[in-house]
Design a protein around this ligand. Structure first.
Ligand code: SAM
Length: 316
């Protein structure tokens, strides 16, 4: 009997996840909820793409718990139980402990989420499949970064720039998935330090150049970047809407300068009005597509931005 797998991704990326499963692996899936995709066929962990955050098995009695352990290949996995009701929780813990498994809420391999009716497979989590990054409050979740990169359609050898890279999530995920070359620009020294540390911890420091610099005065030649992918400051946790009125136009001017003639950008922002006005004023750039995503209580838009005319000037 096959057990359905539930793939959990940021809301708004489901069609991309399903398209990749179909086109790259011939796997048929169904959309079964916002940010939830169900696969009925057996699926190995290496086919789960980078836009998927978590993989679950529906919680359906003892059989499903045994199946979850089988999927992660551990006979007696450490587990934890999530349930609002304390009695239900205690009951489930006793039931699973009777199998000789250890209840370890700090270091679990299976998370039995009774309220959600699903079991999380720990070793199939994004951070275990792709990599663990040190984070700051405004850090882009890995699956969202992977979605932005997917929209950017990077080709082998393309030079990727993130001008507001924070702890380097976007360029580092690109380096892990594609091998770079990628450039991580950030003006905050602490975030830059973490970006360099993340790149070193994940052994991609050869593919990612981490620089402390200003996105409004980039240390790159005209037309030197094939792709620009960035989670811009939304003006909530970082900066303000008022600041974005000058910051966004200045960043877009620099992006326009460094982008190759056939370059493509994917820029994420929740300050949508200011972003739209800024692109409208950047006469050399235009929005050619957009996609709303939802994660962690925010609903920003990922804008695909391209040149609206060929670049004129050269600076080197
Ligand atoms: C939404 S966060 C980016 C998060 C990043 N993708 C990550 O995973 O850490 C926006 C970042 O833009 C940076 N930033 C704001 N203004 C900047 C500027 N003028 N030049 C470079 N970075 C800037 C902020 O310090 C912040 O780290």
């Amino acid at each position: 009997m096959t057990t359905p797998l539930l793939l959990i991704c940021p809301v708004g990326l489901e069609d991309l996840v399903r398209g990749d499963l179909r086109d790259q692996h011939g796997v048929v899936s169904q959309l079964t909820g916002a940010g939830q995709i169900t696969v009925d066929d057996p699926l190995s962990v290496d086919l789960v793409g980078p836009m998927v955050e978590r993989v679950q098995v529906p919680l359906d009695g003892d059989e499903s718990i045994s199946r979850a352990a089988e999927l992660i290949g551990v006979t007696r996995p450490a587990f934890r139980v999530q349930a609002q009701d304390a009695l239900t929780r205690a009951d489930w813990i006793a039931r699973v402990e009777s199998r000789g498994w250890v209840n370890d809420p700090a270091d679990w391999a299976l998370n039995i989420d009774v309220d959600a009716g699903a079991i999380d497979l720990g070793p199939w989590h994004w951070s275990r499949r792709i990599g663990q990054l040190r984070r700051l409050p405004a850090t882009t979740p890995g699956p969202v970064a992977a979605g932005l990169l997917r929209m950017a359609k990077l080709r082998d050898g393309d030079r990727l720039l993130d001008p507001c890279a924070g702890v380097g999530t976007v360029p580092i995920v690109d380096a892990l998935l594609r091998g770079g070359p990628a450039y991580s620009i950030e003006r905050d020294p602490e975030a830059t330090r973490l970006a360099a540390q993340n790149a070193a911890n994940l052994s991609v420091q050869q593919s990612v150049s981490v620089l402390e610099a200003d996105a409004t005065d980039l240390p790159f030649d005209d037309g030197s970047m094939d792709r620009v992918v960035s989670d811009l400051p939304f003006g909530k946790r970082i900066g303000s809407n008022e600041l974005n009125k000058t910051l966004y136009p200045a960043i877009l001017r620099e992006i326009e300068r460094v982008l190759t003639a056939d370059g493509r950008c994917v820029l994420l922002s929740d300050d949508k009005r200011v972003f739209a006005e800024s692109v409208a004023h950047a006469r050399g750039l235009k929005v050619s597509g957009e996609r709303v995503v939802r994660y962690n209580g925010v609903t920003p838009t990922a804008y695909i931005v391209r040149r609206s005319r060929r670049p004129k000037r050269k600076r080197s």
